[in-house]
Design a protein around this ligand. Structure first.
Ligand code: SF4
Ligand code: SF4
Length: 297
């Protein structure tokens, strides 16, 4: 099962790519059906390349009853979405193999919480964004891999009907904030500047390691810096709400979209600390500059 990201153009650059080189709308009709009696059952889960969205991770680790940190260590591998830029995570296949860790003889063992890419297959979601627009546009492509016999089944339905059948509306809605961050970062270029190491770390923590992010916002430093109403703090017990707030914070940190109020006194304190540091540095420089040199004898 291959995950196709949003970088595909209007025609596939790979001569042997299984992606049918047409951009499709939601009302495009496809011929496809997957069911346990199909001869290729599980074939697509034997060789995986699946990127995970933050919401995929939230659902999977909740299903498994483990922390986000444990999930990352045991089930994922990180990858660079662009050189020196934002990092994504993929499902880690079995040791020394290509199969998904969740596949069993009976099918997917995490079926109710399976990732977005598994739900979409054999459709690929392509999120695109024009430079002058904030919103992203969705288009789709069809993936026709030889081993997948679902394309020979007689059922026809539109991509929108297929998305509904696969429960994708919720996954798309809750994955949109993350996709927009990536698209904005990719399309903004040098105007926004290179993200600092710290902001890249924040991106990783917010998007993939929600438990650690919860600890981060509960720290006195964070509470001291941001002026959040008590009702909002109450909502953060819910992972989904916390994730959505995290996307908002990332837009503020990465793109200066100031929507979360910062405490003025915290700003003043930070400014004062900076001035203190600068003054101390200046004093050291002056001291070093005025010290008699050995040769001054
Ligand atoms: S998560 Fe489930 S559907 Fe997706 S590749 Fe693994 S076994 Fe297959
Ligand atoms: S029909 Fe396609 S999606 Fe379904 S099990 Fe076979 S290979 Fe996988």
């Amino acid at each position: 099962m291959t995950d196709i990201d949003g970088s595909l153009g209007s025609s596939s650059p790979f001569p042997k790519s299984p992606v049918v080189p047409n951009l499709l709308d939601g009302d495009a009709s496809i011929q496809f059906r997957c069911h346990p009696d199909v001869r290729c059952f599980n074939a697509c889960c034997k060789s995986i390349d699946i990127s995970l969205t933050p919401y995929d991770i939230l659902r999977l680790r909740r299903h498994l009853g483990i922390s986000s940190g444990d999930f990352l260590t045991r089930y994922t591998i990180p990858y660079e979405m662009e050189k020196g830029g934002l990092v994504g995570v993929k499902l880690r296949p079995v040791e020394q193999g290509t199969a998904c860790r969740f596949v069993t003889e009976q099918g997917c063992s995490v079926y109710l919480d399976r990732p977005t890419a598994c739900r979409y297959y054999p459709v690929a979601l392509l999120s695109m964004r024009r430079q002058d627009e904030y919103i992203d546009r969705n288009a789709y492509a069809l993936v026709q891999e030889e081993h997948c016999l679902g394309h020979q089944e007689s059922r026809r339905l539109t991509i929108d009907e297929y998305r509904q059948e696969q429960g994708l509306q919720e996954y798309d809605d809750l994955g949109r904030g993350w996709r927009q961050l990536i698209l904005k970062k990719k399309s903004s270029g040098p105007a926004v500047g290179k993200p600092t190491e710290r902001s890249l770390q924040l991106f990783f923590m917010v998007c993939y390691d929600l438990d650690r992010f919860r600890g981060f916002i509960e720290s006195p430093n964070f509470r001291d810096a941001y002026d959040l109403p008590e009702e909002l703090w109450q909502k953060f017990t819910d992972d989904t709400e916390l994730m959505l707030f995290g996307f908002q914070l990332l837009r503020q940190v990465l793109f200066n979209e100031a929507t979360i109020p910062i405490r003025e006194d915290a700003l003043n304190r930070r400014l004062a600390r900076k001035q203190e540091r600068n003054a101390a540095m200046e004093a050291i420089v002056n001291k070093v500059g005025s010290a008699p040199k050995e040769s001054d004898g």
